[in-house]
Design a binder for this molecule. Structure first.
Ligand SMILES: [Zn+2]
Length: 342
């Protein structure tokens, strides 16, 4: 069965871009290699440190980020190096206020706009990493996850001598708020489907569906930038937000076009929302074996889903990758006459 990786609705028409074929090839390639990688089933960290620096989108505070290798079972952990290396684990229980970005808070220590960096780390299958940061907000850089992918590329991956553990979803969970909803469902791999609908000539209805992995993330989502509407700029500034926002780190949509084009993808908005979704799902704390469907959702619904999921252990189990797929293979071979004759 061929899976639908990506389609877009534009001005009410369903458009399949030429890139679709390439995307299918990328996805197939990823699936082929990913199972080998998962076959090893070892946890990973990065091989060496990498750095970036820049302004925070909402606070306008300039900060420095350093990715640092971490031992097995560390998870993804922020270290506020300006506050005595205070640790803030990238986990659901540390989610703070969530509006236009996802912020973590632990014992009063805040860290904002984690989603783009977490999306890159999570999609790349990095289980253990320290993110050293000397400011209250992760730098926005160009508004996408591409600079973080470049950092991870510089860092490289190192396998650790410890089995990787997955959060495998056993029962569905849905969170709804008006016409916005998000659901998580059992699956043997990590797959997301993200649908957005903004009444704007350049946006409209857009949908992204994909298996999440390093190659699919790099090719389909990493370069998609954050965006805002010109009419929202003054109100957001009045709320004390987007103090570091500029035409270099966000697409600004006017009433009928874009102020700082060209776009990197015709459906860059839908892709960016999928990127945000993955970054928020990273707060599950372990790699997911699940299918997640987001319909006009946002950071608030994403993080609500993660929190409710983690607070109900009857919805999931923690497993090593070994039992995820072979379970069904074993079942099939048990049914086949060939295996009975063996
Ligand atoms: Zn974003």
């Amino acid at each position: 069965m061929l899976l639908k990786y990506h389609t877009s609705h534009f001005l009410g028409f369903r458009v399949a871009y030429n890139l679709l074929i390439t995307k299918h090839q990328i996805a197939k390639y990823w699936r082929a290699t990913c199972y080998h990688a998962q076959g090893d089933m070892f946890q990973t960290t990065i091989a060496k440190e990498s750095f970036a620096e820049g302004v925070g989108l909402h606070t306008g505070v300039y900060g420095h980020v350093r990715l640092v290798p971490a031992p097995a079972e560390t998870g993804i952990v922020f270290r506020r190096v300006d506050l005595d290396n205070f640790l803030i684990e990238a986990q659901g229980q540390n989610v703070a206020r969530v509006s236009y970005a996802t912020s973590l808070m632990k014992q009063g220590v805040l860290l904002s706009t984690t989603e783009h960096l977490l999306a890159a780390i999570y999609s790349c299958g990095i289980d253990n990493i320290y993110i050293d940061i000397d400011s209250i907000e992760v730098p926005i850089l160009d508004g996408s996850a591409e600079p973080f992918m470049q950092m991870l590329e510089q860092s490289g991956v190192r396998k650790l001598r410890r089995k990787r553990r997955y959060l495998k979803i056993l029962k569905p969970l849905e969170v709804t708020e008006g016409d916005r909803r998000i659901g998580i469902y059992p699956a043997d791999e990590f797959r997301v489907c993200c649908y957005v609908d903004f009444p704007h000539p350049l946006v409209g209805q857009q949908e992204v569906e994909m298996l999440v992995g390093p190659d699919t993330f790099r090719h389909l989502l990493a370069r998609a930038r954050t965006f805002c509407f010109q009419r929202d700029i003054a109100p957001l500034k009045a709320m004390g937000l987007i103090r570091g926002g500029s035409l270099e780190n966000a697409i600004v949509l006017t009433n009928d076009g874009v102020m700082n084009g060209p776009l990197r993808f015709p459906d860059e908005f839908g892709r960016h929302k999928a990127l945000d979704l993955i970054g928020d799902l990273a707060l599950a704390g372990l790699p997911l074996l699940a299918r997640v469907e987001a319909h006009k959702a946002g950071h608030a619904l994403h993080t609500q889903l993660v929190s409710r999921l983690l607070s109900d252990p009857s919805l999931w189990t923690i497993t090593t990758g070994e039992v995820a797929r072979p379970e069904s293979d074993a079942y099939l071979s048990a049914l086949s006459p060939a295996s009975a004759a063996d």
